[in-house]
Design a protein around this ligand. Structure first.
Ligand code: SF4
Length: 500
């Protein structure tokens, strides 16, 4: 056997983003925690196809990006901090040759810990075999697992979910001498949300947690090659047809033997994150056979039925509020227009060099169309209010541009509970929907009126009902038990029964 481990290679791409973490602004809305992509396509430029796939998934994470390629002998990773377009140069992609690849775009859920080490794919060795793994989601029992498994001689270098998953797969693959059994055993042990892609030197694996909290879809190119991605927009960009979603608890393997599918662990109550429909997913993606754009349009229409307003113009907060604004306008008969223009080139790794400039963050991202809104009574449709800071600045921005009234309409209920499944929504005290009544929020952000969509109308608008969702950040009913040490400091109320 050749010494593949000796060729284990992780490269940093040419751009230096090492110091960016200090300058990141804390966002005032839930932030997604990663997009994953994988392809098995011998004879194709798998690194470039993955690069395109990551471009389509850029909205799911802008802190770091990485690609790992298997060339039949070993696995090589190139990753760095920053947007996909900044991380990879032509020469990086030219040097990543092989037949199988995975990629990852990352948003960190661990505070401001923007570090190169946390960028994915995560590379590790199982004896002489090299694997790379990329993960979307968040485990809730890493601490417990680490403590339990230390006694078995398993050593962890860090506390990141991805390293825990990779270490467990490595350990149990060696125990059973079989990587799929290593993955099965790991899936039986880990708890939480995970959509994972993994490659060896010559095969692609993908698996999804038994609740299906984070999305993961399977597609096929015209050339017959299999592709997996967090969202269908990641399939579209490489010309792959959407075949189906990976079912909760399912594992697929793609290799020279073709596609092999198995139920690795029994499925639990389906709990797809409803926020994927409200905000995270790209509007052109399809989740559970339901179009995200249409769901958002229907959310806006439902809001117009339950909470219309006397107004002259409906505008949406780009990007996720726009389809809702279109639906609100269609249903209410109030004209729709663009009122805010988004600067598309301000990413999470944008550098604001001074505090005074950072305080103007909202203006860096959104600019009002003064001629369109001056003298108008506005309905402003947005997807959510999490901490309230951005909404407050936005309302002031619109008033400064001449809006005479601002009626805010939100296409989801108040966010009252933190997320433990890969979304950064802070502790409960920092959620404005948890600490203030709707009237108090309206006063705080300075609007003339404020209305939220009901939980029932939001779910119904997805078109997926009676498909069951995770709705925990709205109703506190977490589909997966949250261990006390994770709850501590994040939850100040008892879950369930508090949401309205
Ligand atoms: S708690 Fe909220 S953000 Fe987190 S998975 Fe559930 S619905 Fe999504």
């Amino acid at each position: 056997m050749t010494d593949k481990h000796s060729r284990l290679c992780t490269r940093e791409s040419g751009t230096d983003y090492g110091a960016l973490g200090e300058h990141l602004e804390r966002p005032d809305r839930p932030e997604e925690a990663c997009g994953v992509f994988g392809i098995y396509a011998p004879g194709e430029d798998v690194a470039r196809l993955t690069y395109f796939g990551l471009h389509a998934l850029q909205h799911r994470g802008q802190e770091s990006a990485g690609i790992a390629v298997g060339d039949g002998e070993t696995v090589t990773v190139t990753k760095n901090l920053g947007l996909v377009s900044k991380v990879f140069r032509e020469s990086d992609l030219d040097s990543l040759t092989g037949s199988v690849a995975i990629g990852h775009t990352r948003y960190s859920t661990t505070g401001m810990s923007t570090s190169w080490e946390n960028a994915q794919p995560h590379l590790s060795a199982i004896g002489h075999q090299v694997i790379a793994l990329a993960h979307n989601g968040n485990l809730v029992n890493t601490h417990e697992l680490r403590e339990e498994l230390k006694g078995n001689g398993i050593r962890f270098r860090s506390t990141t979910d991805s390293e825990v998953i990779a270490t467990l797969i490595g350990h149990y693959t060696q125990v059973h001498n079989h990587i799929r059994e290593g993955i099965r055993e790991t899936m039986r042990l880990i708890k939480g949300a995970y959509s994972v892609v993994l490659i060896t030197e010559d095969a692609l694996y993908a698996f999804r947690d038994p609740y299906g909290v984070r999305p993961l879809v399977l597609g096929k190119t015209a050339g017959g090659h299999w592709v997996v991605a967090s969202e269908t927009c990641g399939l579209d960009i490489v010309g792959a047809e959407h075949v189906r979603q990976l079912e909760p608890g399912e594992m697929v393997k793609v290799s020279a033997d073709g596609l092999e599918v198995e139920r690795a662990v029994p499925a639990e109550k389906p709990s797809l994150c409803v926020f994927e429909f409200v905000y995270f997913a790209r509007p052109d993606s399809v989740l559970n056979d339901c179009t995200v754009y249409e769901a958002r349009r229907q959310m806006g229409a439902a809001l117009a039925r339950s909470a219309t307003a006397d107004a002259d113009l409906v505008i949406g907060v780009p990007d996720s509020g726009v389809p809702g604004a279109v639906g609100f306008a269609e249903e209410s008969g109030i004209p729709y227009g663009e009122g805010l223009i988004k600067n598309r080139y301000v990413g999470r790794t944008f550098i604001s060099p001074t505090q005074s400039i950072r305080q103007q963050g909202i203006k860096l991202k959104l600019n009002p169309l003064r001629h369109a809104i001056e003298g108008k009574r506005l309905v402003v449709v947005d997807d959510s209010i999490v901490r309230g800071n951005t909404s407050r600045k936005l309302v002031q921005l619109l008033r400064d541009a001449g809006a005479t009234e601002v009626h805010m309409r939100i296409t989801s209920p108040p966010v009252r509970w933190p997320c433990f499944f890969g979304i950064d929504t802070d502790s409960q005290e920092q959620l404005i929907g948890s600490t203030m009544s709707i009237d108090e929020v309206a006063e705080h952000i300075g609007v003339d009126s404020l209305a939220y969509l009901s939980l029932e109308d939001m779910v119904s608008a997805t078109g997926c009902a009676p498909y069951e969702f995770c709705l925990a950040c709205f109703d506190g009913a977490y589909p997966i038990d949250i261990p006390d040490e994770i709850r501590k400091g994040k939850l100040s109320l008892e879950p369930c029964g508090e949401a309205g």
